[in-house]
Design a protein around this ligand. Structure first.
Ligand SMILES: Nc1ncnc2c1ncn2[C@@H]1O[C@H](COP(=O)(O)OP(=O)(O)O)[C@@H](O)[C@H]1O
Ligand SMILES: O=P(O)(O)OC[C@H]1O[C@](O)(COP(=O)(O)O)[C@@H](O)[C@@H]1O
Ligand SMILES: [Mg+2]
Length: 444
């Protein structure tokens, strides 16, 4: 089993439905030549261990497995008549433009779809009262967009009426909607797919999962994550330089990670200059024998410098101000700022102890997420988009493209969004962070 994935209990795995719905029966011969078509019966097992699967088989139990991604021999949508729309929602993430470009190129060059529309500013672009007209997308328009960060379509948060979105898709004669976004976006995409089914409208809704926090379920990684980790390199290096450049220097770096600390944990491994990594999944105390501040003091006495990486969702239980919890327009809880809180607490603690320190604080969150992708991530975006187009043309709907143990998969949206993926404190990733930072050496 995935040692990092605590979110879905193994006993619940057997009750899950891995099948992907279709908007209709595919009957059209695919125009693709010289490719290896994938049958719907081809599966990617959830559990990589063949012995475990044999055990399940022997007991007559179902083997949890994803439908394999890839081109289908028979299509539902007729390329000549197909009108496809692409929307990007939620926060920015490296790779949005790579995905848009690859969707357009695959639709246009591989399948021959030449009516492709970009929906502006997220789901608001599908609500007429916002007055945002779809823009026409061609290979020429998207030619070099992968070299810039952000999204050429714009994005947004905030609730929009599913009925209105569906009415717009119907009025625009859209056959396929590609939704590039995180858990919120894909929940919205599922609502759209349900409403389309209710109205008997054969429009495929296919998601490409975006989350810089890497917290979507049933996928090993999401696009942009690798770039985000890479982008932390120069910043952590600067924090280290600042920390070493002064007696008792402290470099404190706050990274994104609302509820899951994957960026912070992986950044601590990729840049093994980090001495303390704090994540939402592992609670800690500030003061007392087992407190973080005592541990930091212990470290400073030994080495006279320290680099701390804190994920934005870490230590929320420590911030006990009376202000009401805040939410963003999409209903996501806005965490209190653990970075600034820790900075103040550290300064106060050492002042009380009359120990001179030099505190340097870094918050690179928006710098990291608005950059273009790095090499492997660009390839990942390209592949995700190609598989999204294969699924859509075959008439599949209500799915996101995933990647599981190196294989591309089609994941039903309700599965991908049923729970948030988090770091298992007993799993290999966190254990490796502890071995690398050796933070428990100071932190008893
Ligand atoms: N539970 C939900 N059901 C339907 N739509 C949702 C839901 N949560 C968010 N959305 C919509 O999806 C869009 C993006 O959601 P958001 O949470 O901001 O970003 P992300 O997709 O990155 O999680 C917003 O327009 C939001 O209204
Ligand atoms: O400031 P914004 O635009 O609301 O976005 C910030 C949030 O977006 C996130 O990056 C999550 O976005 P993802 O959907 O990409 O996972 C959080 O880590 C962060 O709190
Ligand atoms: Mg989200």
């Amino acid at each position: 089993m995935d040692p990092q994935n605590m979110s879905v209990a193994i006993e619940d795995m057997f009750n899950l439905d891995f099948s992907i719905p279709r908007v209709g029966t595919p009957t059209l011969e695919s125009p693709l030549k010289d490719v290896i078509f994938v049958e719907d019966s081809e599966r990617i097992s959830y559990c990589a261990d063949p012995t475990a699967n044999d055990c399940l088989r022997a007991k007559g139990m179902p083997i949890p497995a994803f439908i394999a991604a890839g081109p289908r021999r028979l299509l539902y949508h007729d390329a000549a008549w197909t009108r496809a729309a692409i929307v990007t929602c939620g926060g920015l993430c490296p790779g949005l433009n790579d995905v848009i470009k690859s969707l357009v190129n695959t639709l246009y060059y591989v399948y021959g779809v030449d009516n492709i529309f970009g929906i502006q500013y997220g789901y608001s672009g599908l609500v007429p009262s916002f007055g945002l007209k779809p823009i026409s997308l061609t290979p020429d328009v998207v030619d070099a967009i992968h070299t810039t960060g952000g999204t050429i379509l714009g994005s947004s948060r905030g609730e929009q009426s599913t009925e209105e979105i569906v009415r717009t898709l119907d009025r625009l004669n859209i056959n396929i909607l590609f939704t590039i976004g995180g858990d919120g976006t894909q929940r919205g995409a599922h609502d759209i797919a349900v409403e389309l089914k209710k109205r008997n409208l054969p429009i495929s809704v296919v998601g490409i999962p975006k989350t810089i926090d890497n917290d979507l379920n049933f996928m090993d990684k999401t696009f942009g994550f690798e770039t985000a980790v890479q982008e932390t390199g120069p910043i952590i290096s600067c924090a280290h330089n600042e920390a070493k450049g002064a007696f008792n220097g402290i470099g404190l770096v706050r990274l994104m990670g609302r509820d899951s600390g994957f960026i912070a944990a992986n950044a601590s491994l990729a840049n093994s200059l980090v001495n303390f990594c704090l994540i939402p999944e592992v609670e800690f105390q500030l003061r007392g024998e087992h407190g973080f501040l005592e541990a930091l003091e212990h470290r400073l006495l030994r080495k006279h410098h320290a680099v701390i990486v804190v994920a934005e969702g870490a230590g929320q239980n420590l911030i006990t101000d009376d202000s009401a919890p805040q939410k963003d327009k999409s209903g996501n809880i806005l965490h209190k700022d653990i970075g600034l809180f820790l900075k103040d607490m550290i300064i106060k603690y050492f002042k009380e102890r009359k120990i001179e320190i030099s505190m340097k604080y870094f918050d690179p969150s928006y710098i990291i997420r608005s950059t273009p992708t790095c090499g492997m991530d660009s390839i990942f975006c390209l592949n995700l988009a190609q598989h999204a187009v294969h699924a859509a043309m075959a008439g599949m709907t209500d799915l996101v493209v995933g990647n599981w143990q190196g294989y591309f998969t089609y994941v039903p949206i309700p599965l991908a969004t049923m729970a948030r993926r988090k770091i298992d404190p007993r799993g290999q990733l966190w254990q490796s962070v502890l071995l690398t930072t050796r933070q428990n050496q100071d932190w008893k």
